[in-house]
Ligand binder design. Structure first.
Ligand code: FNR
Length: 468
């Protein structure tokens, strides 16, 4: 019976577009880290296969596929708010694996069908120990419901044309783990990622290298060893991990998150070079400032305490972050180019919601009741010509209508600014705190222009200025 199954599996995998998992170095799935810029950087540095961050099936299902001609990408966009759920591009098509968080075979299949022409493989996350996943029957919960896990895998394998894999954690007991991985392997998966820690264990616990080795010995499919970042400080250590686990493929998470050039055969690059290269991809692929900031923070780590690190932490826009690494002009020009070419603004996470508590409190200041407020960020790249700027528009409006010039008053709290503009006796302000006085005035003018009908509010929503 077992032999028969194996033959069937072989035939099924033969008929698929193949992604070879042998002798590969892999960028592991990492929430928020594994977005397009980091994946491309990993490929540049020598990774063979790159995993997306875990994408939750029902969130993915809300999205629609859009070819983005301006960026040369394929985007899966949530039409409700314009959020890019997943962005990919032809360069990674044969090497990117989409990792799904799921507990439902049919939902997983629907998502897989949506992306199967754009990616190389689908992976099912069976290792996430977070409460959100466990409560939803996803991630490591599937290790304890192996029938459901197998149903998800077989449903995908039968119905999609790209390979299917899964990524697991181990049980404390070797035999139990081997029984589980054999059951999964018999579904016809093309490879299995094994993180050598149990559901309860945290990154500081030792990775069970011997256990991964035994698992690899027991299976005919490629096993991708994972969990070794604590011991991986340079490229050579990847080889050591490969040897110690007896797996010919390895998957790296934290070591790549800290310095993605870990994949370079020629050796690690200084983190400033890595940050620069990462930011360049962030600009090229219109990554959100919040995502770029998070990834750079994870590269900088303790260097966030330095004066430059502190300056970086104050940044709200991609251009401001880029300025620190001498890419401000590059970012500015590229954003204007994209704007001219008709790039739709991506919806931003309000950067202040990620600011330290002390900064967030400032948003609660109370302005006089006669001030009309709207939360509206001034994003410079949304205005190509100087004459398009909100302040310019207000000036033209007041001149044309024989009104006094707009009057600006600015409040400063620590290093953040808000302005109130008075036009025709009425006051307007944006409740979004800006980095400088100039931007704060433009923000207030934007709100005023919006209420006077000089700028369309729908456009502000679409280009990310109005944060809902
Ligand atoms: C992870 N990990 C993870 N695993 C997974 O299957 N899907 C995911 O989305 C994530 N997200 C994630 C985010 C971040 C920031 C980290 C650090 C880790 C776990 C990861 O893929 C890997 O299994 C572990 O980090 C162990 O490998 P390393 O770090 O020792 O190479």
């Amino acid at each position: 019976m077992l032999k028969k199954l194996k033959v069937i599996n072989f035939i099924m995998s033969e008929s698929k577009q193949r992604l070879d998992y042998k002798n590969k170095t892999v960028l592991a799935p990492m929430v928020r880290v594994g977005t397009l810029p980091m994946r491309l950087l990993a490929l540049d540095y020598g990774a063979d296969i790159v995993y997306s961050e875990e994408l939750i099936d029902w969130k993915f299902l809300r999205s629609i596929r859009r070819v983005n001609d301006v960026l040369g990408t394929v985007d899966f966009v949530d039409p409700a708010d314009g959020t890019v759920v997943f962005r990919t591009c032809p360069r990674e098509k044969d090497r990117v694996v989409v990792q799904l968080g799921t507990c439902d075979p049919q939902r997983a299949l629907k998502v897989a069908k949506m992306v199967e022409n754009d990616v190389a493989a689908i992976d099912i996350n069976m290792g996430c120990p977070k409460e959100f996943s466990l409560k939803g029957g996803m991630g490591a919960a599937l290790l304890k419901d192996s029938d459901k896990a197998c149903e998800i895998l077989t449903t995908l394998i039968k119905n999609i044309k790209i390979p299917v894999t899964c990524k697991i954690r181990i049980f404390p007991d070797l035999d139990e783990t081997i029984a589980l991985v054999k059951k999964f392997a018999n579904t016809g998966i093309s490879a299995i990622g094994v993180h050598g820690r149990t559901i309860q264990e945290r990154p500081q616990h030792p990775n069970r290298v011997e256990m991964i080795k035994e698992i690899a010995k027991s299976l005919d499919i490629p096993v991708i060893a994972n969990g070794g970042s604590r011991e991986i400080e340079k490229f050579k250590d990847i080889g050591k991990f490969r040897e110690a686990t007896g797996c010919n493929s390895v998957m790296i998470a934290r070591a790549a998150q800290w310095n993605c050039s870990i994949f370079r055969k020629e050796g690690l690059l200084p983190i400033d070079d890595v940050i620069k290269a990462y930011l360049k991809y962030s600009v090229d692929y219109d990554n959100s400032p919040s995502n770029a900031k998070y990834c750079v923070q994870n590269i900088l780590r303790e260097l966030q305490e330095t004066p430059r690190g502190k300056k970086f932490l104050e940044c709200q826009t991609l251009e401001q972050i880029c300025e620190i690494w001498d890419l401000g002009d590059y970012c500015h020009k590229k954003q204007i180019e994209y704007q001219k070419n008709g790039l739709q603004g991506r919806r931003e996470v309000n950067p202040l919601s990620q600011a330290p508590e002390s900064k967030r409190r400032k948003i609660e200041i109370v302005l006089p009741p006669d001030v009309t407020e709207l939360q509206c960020a001034f994003i410079r790249r949304n205005f190509i010509e100087d004459t398009d700027l909100p302040k310019s528009k207000l000036l033209v409006y007041t001149t044309k209508n024989g009104l006094p010039k707009p009057k600006y008053e600015t409040i400063q709290e620590d290093k953040l600014f808000r302005s109130i503009v008075t036009v025709n006796g009425k006051k307007y302000s944006s409740s979004f705190w800006e980095k400088n006085k100039k931007f704060a005035e433009q923000g207030a003018a934007l709100v005023c222009a919006c209420f006077l009908g000089l700028i369309d509010q729908n456009v502000l929503v679409a280009n990310g200025s109005i944060l809902r």
